[in-house]
Design a protein. Structure first.
Ligand code: DGJ
Length: 561
């Protein structure tokens, strides 16, 4: 980033700080609308809102690195959380740390975490690293890790034990559930009146690499049984098969994977159900995605079998009603894959939430698309200042240069996050991100159409600009994104970066000439009231609405004549 850009950011930063302070007073961790209300998911006509303190809440999150879950390590977490203007921190609570000795529970880290989150006016999503973390047993206590008799591993086809704990381990389930219930009981004790913790992820990226299911004794016996009715009712077979019968009869070549998904979903349901019985927070599972651009085919060692990938969402929804949703983790960076994953995971029966996303700068543009599409929230992964980079999955950087692209985007959303979540619930929001083809995109709105173009200077039509060799700074690689909320028939909130937005008439307005009434740049204050800073006119709208690398919020009024 050039010095010029960074100066602009610093200048904008003072204003942003003002807006944020105002918004946090009304909508922060303390002093909000109805702090006694439990967080929950509200559903309206196939759209969802995460309700926090009785009001819709957009989760502008960051996820800490895997090993940042210790009081000392938190010192490297909070500065990044604050820099990014996140309103939520997603962070692990590991089974090994709360129950290092069986039956002896230690919640000192959880207590510190919750207290510090309150001091930073940030909410928490706790990630329960229990039986499985990325399919491994690595976060189980040592008394679990090394007792394969009591806590059995899965078996391969030759009866040899593999690395992954079996989802049929009865003692494993009992012990994990007991620890999880203890955690939820403790959370109720320390947080029921404040709801600093707003959601819990149960396990992390479950499934198994290397084989499609467990071949242990119990698994083999169950695999030969009939498919449970709940699964049959929800999951249609992708290939022709029997309407009822054994897994192989019904699901043919998909039987192994679907059986394994059923095993994991059933196990996790037991844990979520028991946890929610003591303290009823929203819960979800995340997953390492299978490639959405490949044609659907039976598992072929190409993703972690049994995890909640898009083709088995139905199985998880069928057998795990105590999970609110199945969430995708975005590490596939291509825009067609991001779009395909949003399309597959956002369903009337499965609210969209992106709890992890690579933290490299190129991914920041997708926040506009994700939030525009009505996601409950989004969180780049590994946003803390521990000296660790998960490149090539994420950024090579571990300092403010890593967090800054996200800070810019969150800074514009945070003051209006409650409003945005309300508009998303009402199906008023839309979003796009620049594709690798750099081509314009269209957003269809009620009686209007927005065209979003990229790599244009702020003045001049496309013909003129095509003769100019220089490209606007910061657009060397795809970096644009735009989110629009239609807040009234002819009124829009536009937020974005590195993009040009042009409105045309459509629907009932089609064919009528139109023009801007007002294009106000500003922000929403602590009471949700719009504060105008200036009105864009003249040069600033002659070539439509041109957003640079410094995101702004525009309130646009259009009219026909
Ligand atoms: C996805 C996992 O859920 C995270 O915990 C982390 O391991 C990332 N992958 C990779 O850094």
């Amino acid at each position: 980033m050039g010095s010029d850009q960074s100066m602009k950011w610093r200048t904008g930063g003072a204003l942003t700080a003002l807006c944020l302070a105002a918004s946090m007073l009304a909508h922060g961790a303390a002093g909000a609308a109805d702090a006694s209300a439990m967080p929950y998911l509200k559903h309206k006509d196939g759209r969802y809102a995460l309700m926090v303190d009785g009001e819709p809440f957009t989760l502008l999150g960051v996820q800490a690195h895997n090993s940042s879950n210790y009081p000392e390590a938190l010192k490297q977490v909070w500065p990044a959380v604050d820099d990014v203007h996140a309103n939520t921190l997603e962070i692990p609570v590991a089974w090994e740390q709360i129950e290092p000795v069986e039956g002896r529970l230690d919640f000192s880290y959880v207590d510190t975490l919750v207290q510090q989150a309150r001091a930073h006016q940030v909410r928490l999503v706790l990630l329960w690293f229990g039986t499985w973390k990325n399919t491994h047993a690595q976060y189980t206590p040592e008394w679990v890790k090394f007792d394969s008799k009591r806590f059995p591993r899965m078996l391969d086809k030759n009866g040899k034990s593999i690395y992954c704990l079996s989802p049929f381990g009865e003692e494993t389930l009992k012990a994990d559930r007991k620890a999880f219930v203890a955690l939820m009981t403790h959370l109720k004790e320390i947080d029921a009146s404040q709801h600093t913790v707003i959601m819990v992820q149960v396990e992390n990226e479950v499934g198994t690499f290397g084989q499609p299911r467990d071949y242990g004794l119990k698994a083999q016996a169950l695999f030969k049984q009939r498919v449970p009715q709940a699964v049959l009712a929800h999951k249609k077979s992708p290939v022709a098969g029997a309407a009822t019968g054994t897994w192989s009869e019904v699901y043919g070549p998909y039987a192994d994977e679907y059986f394994h998904a059923w095993a994991f979903a059933s196990y996790i349901e037991e844990i979520a159900k028991a946890g929610r019985a003591v303290y009823d927070l929203p819960m979800y599972v995340n997953n390492a995605l299978r490639d959405p651009s490949e044609p659907l085919a039976p598992w072929n060692n190409n993703f972690s079998a049994g995890g909640p990938t898009y083709d088995v969402i139905d199985i998880y929804r069928a057998v795990a009603p105590h999970l609110d949703l199945v969430a995708p983790d975005f590490y596939m960076k291509e825009s067609n894959k991001v779009t395909a994953n949003i399309d597959r995971f956002q369903r009337p029966d499965n609210p969209l939430l992106v709890p992890e996303m690579a933290n490299s700068a190129d991914m920041a543009r997708y926040i506009y698309q994700i939030l525009g599409r009505g996601s409950l929230g989004v969180a780049p992964f590994g946003v803390d200042y521990a000296d660790y980079t998960n490149f090539p999955l994420g950024s090579q950087l571990t300092d403010r240069r890593m967090s800054e692209p996200y800070a810019r985007v969150f800074a514009v959303f945070r003051p209006m996050q409650r409003l945005w979540a309300t508009w998303a619930l009402e199906n008023r929001t839309h979003g796009v991100a620049e594709g690798e083809d750099r081509k314009p995109q269209t957003i269809m709105l009620k009686n209007w159409k927005a065209t979003v173009s990229y790599r244009l200077w702020q003045l001049g039509d496309e013909g003129w600009l095509s003769t100019i060799k220089e490209q606007p700074p910061g657009t060397e690689t795809p970096s644009g994104g735009v989110a629009i909320a239609q807040i009234a028939d002819n009124e829009f909130i536009v937020v974005g970066q590195h993009a040009r937005v042009k409105f045309d008439t459509a629907g009932a307005n089609a064919g009528k000439p139109s023009m801007y009434g007002r294009v106000e740049e500003g922000y929403f204050d602590a009471n949700g009231k719009w504060v105008m800073m200036r009105n864009w006119n003249g040069d600033q709208v002659d070539s439509d609405l041109n957003l640079t690398g410094n995101p702004v919020v525009l309130k646009v009024k259009l009219g026909t004549y």
